[in-house]
Design a protein around this ligand. Structure first.
Ligand SMILES: *Cc1c(COP(=O)(O)O)cnc(C)c1O
Length: 388
């Protein structure tokens, strides 16, 4: 972010997504080039060369000083400048959300991890650490949590999109000398800022809203502490978690329209949830038994964590039976039956297919940028087709 730091502080999210990396452009192209090189010329001035004994090769002392793309490369540097600006800290990018989660657990190396339900893949990573190093996994806010441990909170949580109280988790963790790690994938900015509620480290699967087009895998960790950032970058250079050149370029390109997409998707989901909850309550759609979303929670903390009336583009519904849940996706035209979320295309998933822990009558819906009236009509038609 070097040169333009002061000017950047004045800018809002939508402007930062487009301009936070301007100072890092190496050529006059308006759109960033895709740099495919894995290796970079050393300085041609011998007086500027340092041996590996004299400096840390993984940590670039100035922007544009590249050695090998496992450490960093021009587009990673630009992506990290944009993500740092919009996520309100120092961002380090990874090849996937789970690579980022692995990096977070490797960095903290806790004895105990407090972890609730939520994204099944994070449990898979924790299980690897338990196998390799005896990491003990305990339920949310468990009394055994002590200094150096990690409290993991995902909010809003997969697959329901319900919110969990971050301030409460932060108070619990910090009173014991533990760290609060927040997976905020389901509510990227401007919806929610976990740092305001005491997060020590924030994770996003950039595969979802930051990427937004269902065509790249990436993840990001964000810290307020410059020293932690340096440690994460050093770890990443050895663990090999940096994203590929093409994926980082796709992510940079996607970030330009980030705010437009997320706000549109979140507004659409708010309207859909409102319609569905009304149809459930009035009995208009008899097979609809439950609608889950942060917008339907009445707890005061939800309004504080998601203060803009945008409650996240992903939610879940439950229907009368497993059999009906299985058939609904095939009766929809505008929702692909697929896993994942966050893309411009609306998706629906009979979630039991990828997550063995959720109810078998549950469908997860990720809302895209289509016209909301078309989406409502499509869902209404499919759900009513089971009524007679
Ligand atoms: C998808 C997802 C992840 C994992 O991210 P990948 O990019 O698929 O590795 C982690 N947490 C949540 C909440 C997710 O939705």
């Amino acid at each position: 972010m070097a040169a333009a730091d002061d000017e950047l502080r004045e800018l809002q999210l939508a402007s930062l997504s487009v301009h936070a990396d301007d100072a890092l452009a190496l050529v006059s192209d308006v759109a960033s080039p895709l740099h495919v090189s894995t290796t970079f010329h050393y300085n041609s001035d011998p007086s500027k060369l340092k041996s590996a004994r004299e400096h840390d090769i993984a940590i670039s002392e100035e922007p544009g000083n590249f050695i090998y793309s496992r450490f960093s490369q021009p587009v990673i540097e630009r992506v990290e400048a944009v993500l740092s600006a919009i996520l309100n800290g120092h961002a380090v990018v990874y090849g996937s959300g789970l690579a980022a989660y692995t990096a977070a657990l490797a960095f903290y190396h806790p004895k105990r991890l407090s972890i609730g339900n939520g994204y099944h893949g994070c449990h898979g990573v924790a299980n690897v650490f338990s196998r390799l190093g005896g990491l003990e996994q305990v339920p949310p806010l468990h009394e055994s949590i002590s200094a150096g441990d990690v409290v993991h909170v995902e909010t809003p949580i997969n697959p329901t999109g319900l919110s969990i109280n971050l301030a409460e988790a932060a108070e619990f963790a910090h009173a014991r000398g533990a760290f609060l790690l927040v997976d905020a994938t389901f509510a990227p900015p401007p919806l929610q800022d976990p740092f305001q509620f005491g997060a020590d480290l924030v994770l996003h699967s950039a595969t979802k809203y930051l990427g937004g087009h269902s065509d790249l895998l990436a993840g990001v960790l964000v810290t307020k502490d410059a020293k932690v950032r340096t440690e994460l970058i050093r770890d990443r250079s050895f663990l090999g978690g940096a994203p590929g050149n093409f994926e980082s370029w796709l992510l940079l390109r996607s970030l330009r329209t980030f705010k437009l997409r997320v706000e549109a998707q979140s507004r659409n989901s708010g309207r859909l949830v409102e319609y569905l909850e009304h149809a459930r309550k009035t009995g208009e759609i008899p097979i609809l038994t439950k609608v889950y979303h942060s917008s339907l929670q009445t707890d005061e903390f939800v309004r504080q964590q998601l203060p803009h009336g945008l409650y996240g583009p992903t939610f879940s519904i439950e229907v009368e039976s497993k059999e009906i849940a299985k058939q609904i996706p095939s009766r929809l035209k505008l929702f692909h039956h697929a896993t994942s979320l966050g893309g411009v295309e609306s998706l629906i998933e009979w979630r039991a297919m990828t997550d063995a822990t959720v109810a078998e009558n549950l469908l997860r819906i990720s809302v895209g940028v289509e016209d909301v009236n078309d989406l409502i009509a499509d869902l209404k038609h499919a759900l009513l087709s089971f009524s007679k």
